[in-house]
Design a binder for this molecule. Structure first.
Ligand SMILES: [Zn+2]
Length: 388
């Protein structure tokens, strides 16, 4: 099966730009250390077959970009970068679970909207340095053209039908159907569409996915009573308690589980990522990004408990591999940034100050959190791709 998948991949890659050759022992090391670190990939993957193949790629390496640049060009001339402002925000912020405030007078904290501003600021600054920068979205709207209603049939297959005909049960079923359809459209369908747009339309040299992290809310009676008062909704107004922890990390593709490796779709995506060489570039770009963010924010590194992520090097405590849909599906080097804990005492206050300044059109503070974030991303891209 694996062999068949690889052949299909390679035959369907016509028209792409470039290809890499990677030897079997390098592939083995990569699979054990990064891509499938916790299980026996040998049962599924034949590295000798893989090593005899190449995977075409649309993106260019740093050397290829440098060699197309002359001394008179701007420092980032020739680079085509895509930026993914994570999530959607706007009307979907609550359904995404990324919409909260602590007090009624506070501004809502909506990750999708905050990272859109970061992306727009990074875009302007990188363009001034000569890069071409594509944003996956330019507003708080979906990239996925399929709305929740388009997923209703699939949702009906996923949600268990009511066992009795009471109105309460029917109401609950309707809510579950709606929530499932929204999830399929705004989360999984959205991510699949973003990966498709990057691979088939934008075809950049790299993708940076911008997020702001959050910690699980401490359980409190107030949160429970708020959700009970609105059994079929997303109030976003629960009286929640901020946390103290604040940290930074970035993610690149890897750390597939044994079960995930059984999926034919995921096998095919792994083959592309392994053979097109994006892994090494992700390590390089990821390191530059976390170095710049750590320097700007002074935040400590996050720590993953469990087996869903793996630290790639003890020398780089901020960079982890994880098997997420976007990281796996995008063929070019892709790094997902997770700085700050939005629901921490410190970051919540900084976000409130940032939003208050924007609400009245005041000059932004020197330590404005979104300026800090965007400035660090710009520094990292220059450090990685800048003039040689
Ligand atoms: Zn996020």
């Amino acid at each position: 099966m694996w062999l068949r998948l690889v052949l299909i991949l390679l035959l369907s890659g016509g028209g792409r730009l470039l290809a890499e050759v990677i030897d079997a022992s390098t592939l083995s090391t990569e699979l054990s250390a990064r891509y499938v670190p916790h299980s026996d990939w040998q049962n599924v993957v034949d590295v000798d077959v893989l090593a005899s193949r190449t995977a075409p790629r649309y993106w260019r390496t740093i050397d290829e970009i440098h060699s197309s640049r002359t001394a008179r060009d701007l420092p980032l001339s020739g680079l085509h970068l895509a930026l993914d402002p994570g999530h959607v925000g706007g009307r979907w912020a609550a359904a995404e679970g990324r919409n909260f405030r602590i007090a009624e007078d506070d501004f809502y904290v909506r990750e999708g909207e905050l990272v859109l501003e970061v992306a727009q600021r990074v875009q302007i600054q990188l363009q001034a340095l000569g890069a071409r920068v594509s944003l996956l979205r330019e507003a708080n709207t979906q990239v996925n053209p399929k709305a929740p209603i388009d997923y209703l049939e699939q949702a009906a297959e996923d949600v268990k039908a009511p066992e009795n005909g009471s109105l309460a049960t029917l109401w609950e079923y309707g809510c579950s159907l709606r929530d499932r359809a929204v999830r399929l459209s705004v989360i999984s369908g959205e991510l699949t569409e973003r990966a498709r747009v990057v691979n088939e339309q934008i075809q950049p040299d790299a993708l940076i996915s911008l997020h702001i992290n959050a910690a699980p809310w401490p359980i409190s009676r107030a949160v429970v009573s708020a959700s009970e008062s609105e059994p079929c909704g997303h109030s976003g107004d629960a009286k929640q308690r901020l946390v103290k922890v604040n940290h930074l990390h970035a993610l690149i593709f890897g750390c597939m589980s044994e079960k995930e490796l059984q999926s034919e779709e995921q096998q095919a995506q792994l083959a592309v990522k392994l053979l097109n060489g994006s892994g090494a570039m992700e390590l390089l770009l990821g390191a530059k990004l976390v170095e710049a963010l750590a320097d700007a924010t002074k935040l400590p590194a996050a720590n993953y408990q469990g087996r869903n992520a793996i630290l790639l090097s003890t020398e780089q405590p901020y960079l982890f591999a994880r098997n997420l849909l976007l990281l796996r599906g995008v063929e070019c080097p892709t790094v997902m940034l997770e700085p700050y804990i939005a629901n921490s005492v410190e970051v919540y206050a900084r976000i409130q100050s940032a939003l208050a300044a924007r609400a009245v059109g005041a000059a932004l503070a020197e330590d404005d959190i979104l300026l800090e974030y965007s400035g660090a991303v710009v520094d990292a891209v220059v450090a990685c791709y800048g003039s040689k």
